[in-house]
Design a protein around this ligand. Structure first.
Ligand SMILES: *Cc1c(COP(=O)(O)O)cnc(C)c1O
Length: 410
């Protein structure tokens, strides 16, 4: 444990965290093995330098525009608005990005940073395979060999994504320790990183891990909120009453929220996956149903048993079943700046169909969770209200699973 007491002054503004030790209040930090410390200090320095480098930023902007397809549209979901009969609903359409979700925003940033640092090998963890595919995509574009760690259980469940990664030239390493799921894949990636210090860059897929990852991933994803804030002002002449996003590890939500943190009139609402229902214990709601603890190098809310052992998360949506949540969300939760609610598998499945039928947009099952709470909020805010929701991924990947759940044979 290398995270010792700090002399840093506490930032005043909520948006100014983390402090120099990577802490968001009580959360975050870098609880890592001594051997990992030099790597993350090196990464932190490289990221700080890159952030200030106009050439790095110009390179990011060019690839975000020409490769990812930024800016993504802000779209008035008119028929859903009419259907719910309350506040006006706008979607930030990050599902239109190359590879179909927000994940590429972050992968692009980290891979460009890896290039800048002279690293020649990329590693990543993945659960359902979405982050693995996005990382393999960007690694292919920059000609870097890429190894993706994936729980053995997930490898068996997610064959199409495993094949996709292989097509993109990545090596997929099944991890059979633990329950063979995302948290085990992440442990294995951290282990690989320590043993391949000189040439390897670890691309983490959400706002988790030791500092500087939670802040760095948030910064790369903040393009979502920056674009949406500007587009919203242009279209509505004012800010939304609420910004809503689903939460797995919390990167698309943090990216949406961050540029609005100092706008006190904007409610920030994160929607966790309630699975079969929080009361059943089969869910992925780390804030609603977890306790503070330490995992993957940071302190945050985690799903754990009485011995502090991590419990596997459950959700219909493979992208939401991380047993933790980014430390900045834990901080915003305890500071009462953001609200955290949840939606069940059943609600997500309903919203998946409703959005498809009314808007002609097939949402990923992840943002379908957010839409369930947008529905309630629309009624609560009434006709004068304005809601901004991040449509963080498209649902093509979920079609076979939805067919199965609806009892349709393909
Ligand atoms: C991975 C994923 C998520 C969950 O990750 P966050 O870090 O919470 O954003 C949500 N939606 C989609 C479409 C994803 O691919």
């Amino acid at each position: 444990m290398s995270d010792t007491a700090s002399v840093d002054p506490r930032p005043n503004a909520l948006s100014a965290w983390p402090d120099a030790k990577g802490r968001f209040g009580d959360f975050g930090g870098r609880y890592v093995a001594e051997t990992l410390m030099p790597l993350i200090l090196d990464l932190e320095q490289a990221y700080e330098d890159a952030k200030r480098d106009v050439n790095f930023r110009a390179q990011m902007d060019e690839f975000l525009r020409d490769y990812v397809g930024k800016p993504s549209a802000l779209y008035y979901a008119e028929r859903l608005t009419e259907h719910f009969g309350g506040a006006k609903i706008w979607f930030k359409r990050d599902e239109l990005n190359h590879t179909g979700s927000h994940k590429v925003n972050n992968c692009l940033g980290q891979v460009l940073l890896a290039k800048r640092m002279g690293k020649t090998r990329i590693i990543a963890e993945t659960g359902a395979g979405q982050h693995g595919v996005a990382t393999a995509t960007v690694a292919a574009r920059f000609g870097l060999p890429c190894t993706v760690f994936m729980g053995a259980t997930d490898v068996a469940r997610q064959a199409p994504n495993v094949f996709r990664m292989k097509l993109l030239g990545a090596e997929v390493v099944p991890v059979s320790s633990g329950t063979g799921t995302l948290k085990d894949a992440m442990n294995e990636a951290l282990r690989d990183w320590v043993t391949n210090v000189t040439d390897t860059f670890y691309v983490i897929g959400t706002v988790a891990g030791p500092h500087p990852y939670p802040a760095m991933v948030r910064d790369f994803q903040s393009i979502i909120g920056r674009e949406a804030r500007e587009q919203f002002l242009e279209r509505e002449g004012r800010l939304p009453d609420a910004a809503v996003a689903c939460i797995g590890g919390g990167s698309n939500a943090m990216g949406l929220f961050h540029p609005f943190i100092e706008d006190e009139s904007v409610r920030l609402i994160g929607v966790e996956a309630a699975g079969h229902g929080i009361e059943t214990g089969e869910h992925a709601a780390s804030l609603k149903g977890g306790k503070p603890g330490i995992l993957h190098g940071n302190k945050t809310y985690l799903l754990q048993d009485d011995d502090g052992q991590i419990i596997d998360a459950h959700s219909i949506s493979a992208g939401l079943d991380y047993p933790g949540i980014g430390p900045e969300h834990a901080f915003l939760h305890d500071a009462k700046r953001a609200e955290y609610v949840s939606a069940t598998d059943k609600e997500a499945l309903e919203m998946f169909q409703l959005c498809t039928q009314l808007e002609g947009i097939i949402p990923a099952l992840e943002p379908a969770h957010a839409l369930a709470r947008v529905r309630d909020l629309a009624g609560e805010l009434g006709k004068d209200g304005l809601i901004l929701m991040n449509m963080c991924g498209r649902g093509d990947k979920d079609v076979p699973q939805v067919a199965e759940m609806l009892g349709v044979e393909l």
